[in-house]
Design a protein around this ligand. Structure first.
Ligand code: IPE
Ligand code: MG
Length: 228
């Protein structure tokens, strides 16, 4: 969800106004994904690197996310959305925010409509290091470590590999997002800033994805089994 700061700067507003404007897009995209039949939607809200931002902006984001989570919990429940949070390890996260995350996870845990993962204080490298620690602690002999077993030690191991990553605002970087699971993801980089991004733009990304030929290192579908 990139481009909040630039959205605000273009309007001569403080960066925090851009973050506030992001809320409407978040709800719009959750509803659009649910209606389109998306089974798993993940939103990258705050990275382990975002702690490097000015304290006032970080504090604003913490308060904003808490407000959004509390305000929209009934909607998420009504839509049958199962909510989870990925990351949330840093002691600087306000205690009451972490508790709201836990409460929403529990409240929506039996929902089966769509799984919404909010990556908050998330870092793909940290997840990989934590998985390695967990494997070592389990006493698994080195020769028995497989990709499948390793993946079971990542957080939320039932989460499938990522099919499509949408990064708004024209930036073309991974920025430490779900590094293990994006191994064969398709990527789209809409120029729109996140607060301007809306359901039709999201659906356009899904159409782009549908037209991609995913080969996973194999051959194009047409020549499958007919190698010349
Ligand atoms: C994304 O918008 C939101 C967060 C990282 C929390 P940015 O704040 O990165 O917006 P730009 O990149 O400065 O425009
Ligand atoms: Mg940015």
């Amino acid at each position: 969800m990139d481009g909040n700061g630039r959205w605000a700067e273009r309007r001569s507003l403080p960066r925090t106004a851009g973050h506030n404007a992001a809320e409407a897009t978040v709800i719009d995209i959750i509803e659009a994904a649910r209606s389109a039949g998306v089974g798993w939607l993940s939103l990258y809200a705050f990275s382990t690197e975002n702690w490097n931002r000015p304290g006032a902006e970080v504090d604003h984001l913490m308060r904003l996310v808490r407000r959004v989570v509390r305000k929209h919990a009934p909607l998420l429940l009504a839509r049958g959305i199962r909510c989870r949070f990925l990351g949330v390890a840093d002691p600087r996260i306000p205690r009451d925010l972490a508790r709201d995350f836990e409460d929403l996870t529990t409240l929506t845990g039996d929902n089966r409509g769509m799984t919404l993962t909010v990556a908050f204080d998330h870092g793909g490298r940290r997840d990989i290091v934590e998985a390695a620690r967990s494997l070592i602690r389990s006493g698994t002999p080195a020769d028995e470590v497989t990709e499948r077993l390793f993946a079971e030690h990542l957080p939320w191991p039932d989460t499938p590999d990522v099919d499509l990553v949408i990064r708004t605002s024209g930036e073309q970087r991974i920025s430490n997002f779900m590094l293990w699971k994006v191994a064969y993801a398709e990527w789209v980089f809409p120029e729109l800033l996140w607060p301007d991004f809306r359901a039709p733009d999201f659906l356009a990304c899904l159409h782009t994805y549908r037209d991609r030929d995913r080969r996973f290192g194999g051959l194009p579908h047409q020549t499958n089994g007919d190698a010349r």
